[in-house]
Design a binder for this molecule. Structure first.
Ligand code: S6P
Ligand code: ZN
Length: 192
């Protein structure tokens, strides 16, 4: 049976999408080994398990023809010198694209292919970034306030986190002299 059209509300300041069906929380303990500085990660986890980011989704059919809608908020902070970020992923159907719209805060979109190609785009409120098929993507909050963005992607795209967990990202965003700097990730491994 076909779905009826419906409206939603997107709060451009907070990113709150209403009504939404699911909010996913990612604390530091959910991202073990993803930040470069493992010792800094352990030191933080001995004391607390900070919230790194959350994302709210409208549950829609995971089918070709539909779209998925989600807003993400990355809280400000660092693990060692590396800024808070999302886990990052390829799509389970790798030939699917995505659109990000920056709503609040400042940061950067890191993208890579399994062949080792890399791109980054600074995203501010109002920036629209197009992530073409086959590009893995991660957002990084380089500011001192919450970083909020809205994402739209194909209904059947799905998520592949495993390959990013195995290889990491080609470059990482770290603070140097109080400024964000993109450096090569010494632990980056090209996928077999
Ligand atoms: C989904 C889209 C976003 C992310 C969200 C969290 O394709 O890219 O909604 O799911 O920003 O990031 P991650 O890497 O944990 O899924
Ligand atoms: Zn995605």
């Amino acid at each position: 049976m076909s779905m009826r059209p419906f409206p939603m509300n997107l709060n451009f300041k907070t990113g709150e999408l209403t009504p939404n069906d699911r909010t996913n929380i990612r604390n530091l303990s959910d991202m073990k080994g993803m930040f470069f500085d493992n010792e800094a990660e352990s030191r933080i986890l001995e004391k607390e398990d900070p919230l790194i980011y959350s994302f709210s989704e409208k549950v829609l059919p995971e089918e070709n023809g539909h779209l998925q809608l989600a807003t993400t908020t990355i809280h400000p902070g660092k693990v060692g010198d590396e800024y808070h970020m999302t886990k990052g992923h390829y799509h389970r159907r790798p030939d699917t694209s995505e659109m990000y719209l920056g709503l609040e805060g400042e940061g950067c979109l890191l993208m890579q292919t399994v062949e080792g190609d890399f791109e980054s785009i600074d995203i501010r409120p109002g920036t629209v970034a197009y992530i073409p098929p086959f590009w893995g993507h991660r957002m990084v909050n380089t500011g001192k306030t919450a970083y909020v963005f809205f994402a739209v992607y194909p209904g059947d795209a799905g998520h592949n986190y495993g390959d990013i967990e195995k290889t990491g990202f080609i470059k990482i965003l770290v603070e140097r002299d109080k400024k964000p700097v993109l450096i090569d990730n010494p632990r980056w491994k090209q996928r077999d």
